[in-house]
Design a protein around this ligand. Structure first.
Ligand code: NIG
Ligand code: FE
Length: 420
């Protein structure tokens, strides 16, 4: 039995008090800060969080014969382990050549419709063995961890036929067991229409509903179902049908909504009671209002807007309307090839005008809600899993100020030091 005592943290952003409901409005701007704080971890869980003085007393009276590992957090800011609620991390290959095409004016959807984009990554992923996918994805997970990310959501959607969708999800499951970063899986067979169904989107939708969803659910390979609801991908009606089918099999709905053009994705998310609607660059005012009324979390991806060189989502309007906001990298080979959630946080602050406190809420407790894990992670509270990050920063504001560098000093996952 061992104990970890984190002493003298310059600041702890606990994010406590929002485990039952995501933060909305002004709550997002409140972090529950402790100055000169101390944290005690036993058996992978937080058992004390408070002032350093009280933490020291707790250690004295509870350590008994236990070995105590003391970690100094002097001059450091401690936050919950960062959570990324939207990634497409399991895939093979890369698409750096698309950047030159886009710089010359090619549009993201034109590249896809010409058989590139997602379909290029699908070819590479179909060719790859599970071992290759594990090796490539492990490198990405290592980088996530180095940037303080301790849990991610991971979508399929580069298989686009049953055996390869299952392959991607099995890889995610294996990595969840083998790697310190936890992966929560989402089935996204409706990510694009594969070449063999070109011109027959309806036929592909039938395959997704009748074959893929039941197979994924039977093997318990995913918790969520996602659809690329977009002009040139899947219509609102097709998306509804797929997500309703997913629900019947116990997969909770998520939607890639209103990313490229206004399309009614936010409204559909509200109608279905989706856990989240993601992207939302072109969400309508009505859609935003309906999301707020139905408690749908907006997962915003300012890195994708940055990389596609377009305006990011209207985060301020969403927060003002009472929509709970979370943030994510959208890690994928085409529209957002980065694992740096801290840089995405910088972009959220500097390009969407979210405050540093809102940004931190969005990447911790609200992100935990977006993957249904807020009872276990997302805040530093007694009884929660001990996932935390120590940043080389005197306070949380500094994280959005000293931007685009890695300020991570130490990472703990389930009470184990995984980065130091
Ligand atoms: O979230 N928009 C659809 N899917 C991904 C991109 C996937 C890719 O380009 O490979 C996204 O941006
Ligand atoms: Fe995405």
């Amino acid at each position: 039995m061992s104990m970890i005592y984190i002493r003298n943290a310059a600041q702890i952003a606990t994010l406590s008090g929002a485990s039952t409901k995501p933060k909305t409005g002004k709550e997002m701007d409140e972090l529950d800060l402790i100055e000169d704080g101390g944290i005690v971890i036993e058996d992978g869980m937080f058992t004390f969080v408070g002032s350093n003085e009280d933490a020291f007393r707790y250690v004295e009276s509870h350590s008994m014969s236990k070995q105590v590992l003391v970690l100094s957090a002097e001059g450091k800011t401690v936050t919950p382990g960062l959570i990324d609620p939207h990634t497409h991390v399991v895939f093979a290959g890369s698409r750096e050549f698309e950047l030159n095409l886009r710089l010359q004016g090619a549009k993201y959807m034109d590249i896809l419709n010409a058989g590139g984009g997602i379909l290029y990554s699908t070819e590479r992923t179909r060719e790859a063995t599970e071992e290759q996918l594990i090796a490539e994805t492990t490198k990405r997970l290592d980088r996530f961890l180095a940037y303080g990310v301790t849990t991610i959501e991971a979508k399929s959607g580069y298989g686009l036929r049953i055996e390869d969708e299952l392959k991607q999800l099995r890889v995610a499951r294996q990595l969840n067991a083998a790697h310190p970063v936890d992966l929560v899986s989402t089935f996204m067979g409706a990510h694009a229409v594969p070449a063999e169904f070109k011109g027959n989107t309806e036929g592909f939708v039938r395959t997704v509903i009748e074959e893929m969803i039941p197979a994924v659910a039977r093997e318990e390979l995913a918790e969520f179902c996602d659809v690329f609801c977009e002009e040139g991908a899947f219509t609102v009606e097709q998306s509804r049908e797929i997500l309703v089918a997913g629900k019947k099999w116990g997969l909770k709905p998520k939607i890639h909504a209103d990313e490229i053009v206004p399309y009614g994705g936010a409204e559909l998310a509200a109608e279905l009671g989706a856990v989240s609607a993601d992207h939302l660059l072109h969400a309508s005012e009505e859609g935003i209002k309906l999301m707020a009324e139905n408690g749908v979390i907006a997962v915003l991806l300012p890195g994708t807007a940055f990389f596609l060189m377009v305006q990011p989502a209207a985060a301020r309007a969403m927060i003002n309307a009472g929509v709970p906001v979370a943030l994510s990298t959208d890690r994928n080979p085409g529209s957002s090839p980065t694992e740096s959630l801290p840089f995405i946080m910088n972009l959220a602050c500097l390009t969407m005008k979210m405050t540093p406190a809102e940004v931190l809420s969005a990447c911790t407790i609200n992100a935990a809600h977006a993957i249904n894990r807020a009872n276990v992670i997302g805040s530093i509270e007694v009884g929660k899993q001990a996932d935390l990050v120590m940043f080389d920063a005197p306070n949380y504001l500094y994280l959005q100020y000293h931007y685009a560098v890695n300020l991570v000093d130490t990472v703990l996952k389930k009470g184990e030091v995984v980065i130091q």
